[in-house]
Design a protein around this ligand. Sequence first.
Ligand code: ADP
Length: 371
Amino acid sequence: MEKATILVIDDEQEMCDLCYDVFTKKGYRAETAKDGDVGLRKVKKLKPDFVLVDLKLPGMSGTKVLKEIKDFDPSIVSVVITGYASIESAVEAVKLGAYDYLPKPFTLDQLLTVTKRGLERRQLILESTALRQEKKKMQELFISMVSHQLRSPLTAVQGYFDLILGDFVNDVAEQKKMIKRAGMRIKTLLNLINDWLKMAEVDKDRVEKKFEYLNLSSIISETVDLMQPLARNKGVSLQFKSSDGLSLVRGDKEILQEVFTNLIDNGIKYNKDGGTVTISIKENSSQKNLNIEISDTGMGISEADIPFIFDEFLRVKNEKTQQITGTGLGLSIVKRMVEAHSGSIKVSSEPGKGSTFTVSLPKSYKSKAKR
Ligand code: ADP
């Protein structure tokens, strides 16, 4: 959690001032409200991480405020401040969704302990919500993949086999052609499965554990060397302009190689005969990030397609891309991999002229890079 927001709803001015001072000194963003109506308005506007609610409020009661907060956003953690330190009022508050309670009068230490625990709880809720959403997205994507992307090549392969085995095609040359086509569809299928597995493997927490200091320049240089034969085959010139800086990052070498391989591969694949792919590292000493640009002189991407280009399974369909094979997962894998390095990726493009993908990665300042 970056800077937690805490809201205190209490009609006692002194209590509000005290909490405000303590929380801002601790580096939190603090807000106060003197009654339930103002408090709820602030909850809706600020979406705080943690709310301290006095049970005894003028106007709308503390218990009603608690319930409204819970209804608005169950992930907000509320703690009740109560004048009567009775088990009954605490039980009542917890029943209404409060995480804990703090009997008045309390010490600063007690206030900070309850706040710390409350914020830890909030962090856990946010993490588990994000995980749940990610899991749901992967499940939906998996279903989409099985029902569309996997089914159609398999149906095609089965169709060819049925034709051959049913003696509908007796000419051997024709049969060979069909088997070759079936082989191509199977290859697409394997690419898709491999890409899918790569995507499922990129988990930020897991990836981060393997991070080491790396010299980006040598990683890209190695990748470019490996891609030269493919570029030559396609009649595309592949160039790398390294920077004068150190180009140090913290990352996973194999994953970063995969990122640049994918982007260079696209630069070659969607290029024209005699075209160019240029990779350059832009390093500015005043900036926190390193920018790596992969520019091509290819077909470009229309403005309408750009917002969807990093989505899973998106493939631009037009007469130029018709003959080019792919899974539509490459850029979404790249995006996940870059984000696992706390970086970002963007694209600018002009149809008919080319595209530039810019990967931005946090610079590292330690001089322990592997060469
Ligand atoms: P794939 O290349 O397997 O189709 P990607 O996720 O790598 O999948 O790319 C998604 C789509 O974005 C591609 O189908 C293509 O239409 C478009 N695209 C990607 N890179 C480029 C590029 N360098 N130039 C033009 N179009 C591109």
